[in-house]
Structures are given as C-alpha cells and as structure tokens.
Ligand binder design. Sequence first.
Ligand code: FES
Ligand code: FES
Length: 141
Amino acid sequence: VNLDTLYRQVIMDHYKNPRNKGSLDDSLTVDMNNPTCGDRIHLTLKVDDGKVTDAKFDGEGCSISMASASMMTQAVKGQDIETALKMSEIFSNMMQGKEYDDSIDLGDIEALQGVSKFPARIKCATLAWKAMEKGVNNKEK
Ligand code: FES
Ligand code: FES
C-alpha cells in the first residue's frame, strides 16, 4: 500500500463514516458555502473557558469537503482556541504547498496533503476550517 492509496482510503473513510455529523444545541453556529460550487457546511461549536469542547457539522458537499469537515471536528475537539486556530493556519499552509509547522499532530488531516496539487480543490478542503475560524473569532469578540 503506497501513501497515496492509504491517504485516499482515509479520506473515503471519513466521507462514508463521517465523525461528529449532526448539530449541537445552544452552540456557536456558522453556515458557510463554497461560492464556486454552492456546497455548504453547517458547523456548530461549543466553546467553554477558551476551549472547543464539542464540534459537529452537517451539510452537502463533495467527498473532500465533507471528509475535511469530519477530520477538522475530530482535530479541534478538546483543543483550546489558540491551538485550533494554529491548526487551521498549519492546514492552510499545507494546502498552499508552503512549509508548515509539524510540531502539532493534525491526525487524519494529513491525508489531505495531496489536495494541494489541485488548486480548484483547495477551497473544498479548507471550507470547514474557515467556518471554524469564523465561529471562534466571533466568540472572541
Ligand atoms: Fe472529487 Fe470533490 S472530491 S470532486
Ligand atoms: Fe464543492 Fe468541493 S466541489 S466543496
């Protein structure tokens, strides 16, 4: 099994068996869409004491956007806001093919590395992260 195949399997697994699918009550809510295709994400976050204590997503989108949302919710759950935003920055750098800080474990997200070679798909992969950023930044204000 080469790395590409492994990564593809991880992406398909998140797409077919999404983690944290659904919607939380009494939570921060962010709706965002990818203007190029209309795919959308509905993200709900619970933030307590500077920590993302829970995250769920719903929506309609391509396999990359939905797998990425599943991976993102898994990655940020239990992290403090600062770390969640740092993860988003790392992921964004990864998607742009830039060097990124590898001192934080991003979990399954690394499986999306290959997406950086397909510029049209980068928006798919970053949609959920942009939604998360918007949610926690609103909370901060
Ligand atoms: Fe292939 Fe969106 S993941 S078209
Ligand atoms: Fe719409 Fe990927 S094609 S989010």
